[in-house]
Design a protein around this ligand. Structure first.
Ligand code: C2E
Ligand code: CA
Ligand code: CA
Ligand code: CA
Length: 269
């Protein structure tokens, strides 16, 4: 029967397997980035709450692993960060997204940026190079960063300042899931906040989530910040967010993320 020692050996085997697995995925991800047919950018439409017209898109990475099938970015972005290839991955998304935006006039393009990319001293230069190469006007690009990036002094802070000076907008992603207090909102240098989907999904069960989101929208507007709500899945959520004056809405209720070719077809109609 299992004694303490055997249990521990079993645990070690499991850890070994996990690490090997992770190492394997890291190698696979490097290969995928070189091969260019496994990693693809999807685009999720974002709508104006008031007019219910299309306002733009958020670029979202997809990895179709040849053996394992689709792997979620929630899982492979951290691997890319640890493996030191997030910079290359970020440049790939940015380039694709700017090229797509050039085909989709009048639409805003939002791109997620990892804090590790923002800590790169050459990030702004690389960003400017992509805009120059694709011809995209900086006003049409919005970079989505998380709170940790907003609160990190040094290169990160300088890069964010330079990015906004270029005319590119910055959005604070996943708002409400981190550490910032509502009060801090008035002192943070961003153009928009994105309310995290966990709040929107809490509407049905909790009046607290509704009160919270209402307060965020009020405070944001008082400080001239625009607001996007993500994860809008049903009509009731949409109507509440509209009623309290949320500016943009994103979620499966409107549309799921889709390959560029689908958006090309949609806009050609
Ligand atoms: P995020 O930036 O918060 O992106 C929103 C996530 O919510 C996306 O998941 C999107 O597909 C999902 N979503 C949109 N509408 C709904 C809805 O109505 N209901 C539900 N349940 N989910 C909805 P996705 O595409 O799996 O991406 C997960 C996360 O991975 C992103 O969260 C972002 O943090 C990261 N990520 C994705 N692409 C990139 C990228 O190009 N660069 C970086 N650095 N991170 C990325
Ligand atoms: Ca985002
Ligand atoms: Ca989020
Ligand atoms: Ca996120």
């Amino acid at each position: 029967k299992a004694n303490g020692r055997n249990d521990f050996a079993g645990f070690e085997d499991e850890m070994d397997a996990l690490l090997r697995n992770r190492h394997r995925l890291e190698t696979d991800l490097r290969e995928a980035l070189g091969a260019n047919d496994q990693i693809e950018v999807y685009y999720q439409p974002i709508y104006c709450a008031r007019t219910e017209t299309l306002n733009g898109f958020e670029a979202l990475l997809r990895w179709h692993h040849p053996a394992r099938g689709p792997i979620s970015p929630e899982f492979f972005i951290p691997i890319a960060e640890e493996a030191g290839i997030i910079g290359d991955l970020g440049q790939f998304v940015l380039r694709q997204a700017c090229e797509a935006a050039m085909r989709w006039p009048d639409q805003t393009m939002a791109v997620n940026v990892s804090i590790l990319e923002l800590q790169d001293m050459d990030y702004v230069q690389k960003l400017a190079a992509v805009l120059a190469a694709t011809g995209l006007a900086p006003e049409r690009l919005e970079l989505e960063v998380t709170e940790t990036a907003m609160l990190t002094a040094g290169t990160c802070e300088e890069n964010l300042k330079a990015i906004r000076m270029m005319g590119i907008r910055v959005a604070l992603d996943d708002f409400g899931t981190g550490f910032s207090s509502l009060g801090r909102l008035t002192r943070i240098d961003v153009d928009r906040i994105k309310i995290d989907k966990t709040f929107v999904h809490g509407f049905d069960q909790s009046s607290n989530d509704k009160a919270m989101v209402r307060a965020i929208v009020e405070l944001a507007h008082a400080t001239r910040l625009a607001i996007t709500a993500e994860g809008v899945e049903n009509r009731a959520q949409m109507e509440f967010l509209r009623e309290i004056g949320c500016d943009l809405l994103q979620g499966f209720y409107y549309a799921k993320p889709a390959p560029a070719a689908e958006i090309d077809a949609l806009l050609a109609k």
